[in-house]
Design a protein around this ligand. Structure first.
Ligand SMILES: Nc1ncnc2c1ncn2[C@@H]1O[C@H](COP(=O)(O)OP(=O)(O)OP(=O)(O)O)[C@@H](O)[C@H]1O
Length: 248
């Protein structure tokens, strides 16, 4: 389980401070998929970076499985599998070697790494390219490699920054099935997206973010009820105040 409490992050720029995230709070439960939905620049990536300890919040705190990540960031990272916005796959290594390298960094035995690689490559349909050097990989192949690598140590909590960005329809369908599988295994899954249909199709709970703040959160039914709109798309437009950037 991941809890974000009153998170705030400001960036300095020549023309003044940019408040990227302002008092963001939500709970992402185990066995649920939580979606952060918001237009470009809303603060999704910055929020996720604070959840996975890449950035320290100026205010607020993050709890992973009940523990404040600031107290022991390394322990928090062991409990997290992260697909960052920059996928950062090592291009001189094969997909399998990328996964193995992360497993070794986590101190896993070769047998455990091999077992997890086999399971993940099957679940993500990576068999065709598992032993190819990743240089020249398509976006979908790179994303799958980065996801498998993030999950090699079998983390309870999974954070994915725009996981379906740039993927074709079939790959997206496969990935959706995979995320549901993670959820059904009882994991806490959080992902960000600017695509309303994506979030509506996958998420148990939605956190709507606009201008660095949480505009609303709840199940799709709760969001419809809050806005008085029958149609989820109309509900989101009302919550965000515009339909800019909501669609692919
Ligand atoms: N390192 C940084 N330095 C300066 N400004 C930043 C930095 N990172 C983010 N910002 C600003 O913070 C705001 C939120 O950015 P963020 O990347 O979190 O949004 P996002 O919702 O993930 O957007 P997108 O969907 O476009 O990826 C934006 O105005 C962005 O320009």
């Amino acid at each position: 389980m991941i809890i974000a409490e009153n998170l705030r992050k400001t960036f300095k720029s020549k023309t003044g401070d940019v408040i990227a995230v302002d008092d963001v709070g939500f709970t992402a439960r185990d066995g649920e998929i939580t979606g952060l939905l918001g237009p470009n620049g809303a603060g999704k990536t910055t929020t996720l970076r604070m959840l996975y300890t890449l950035m320290a919040p100026e205010r607020g705190r993050v709890l992973v499985d009940g523990r404040d990540v600031a107290d022991d960031p390394a322990a928090a990272r062991r409990a997290l599998g992260v697909l960052p916005d920059a996928r950062g796959v090592y291009k001189r290594l094969t997909a399998r070697e990328n996964i193995r390298y992360f497993g070794e960094l986590h101190g896993m035995s070769r047998a455990d790494i091999d077992r997890r690689t086999q399971a993940l490559s099957q679940a993500l349909q990576m068999e065709d390219f598992l032993d190819r050097q990743t240089e020249g990989f398509s976006q979908g192949q790179r994303t799958k490699t980065a996801i498998a690598r993030a999950l090699v140590h079998d983390p309870r909590n999974v954070i994915l920054d725009e996981p379906t960005n740039g993927l074709d329809v079939m790959t997206t369908r496969g990935l959706r099935g995979f995320l549901k599988q993670l959820r059904d295994e009882g994991r806490c899954v959080i992902f960000s997206s600017h695509i309303m249909q994506e979030v509506a199709a996958l998420c148990d709970r939605v956190v709507v973010i606009a201008h660095g703040r949480v505009g609303a959160q709840g199940t799709a039914d709760e969001l419809r009820a809050q806005t008085g709109e029958d149609n989820l798309e109309d509900a989101f437009v009302r919550l965000i105040g515009s339909d800019e950037g909501l669609h692919a």
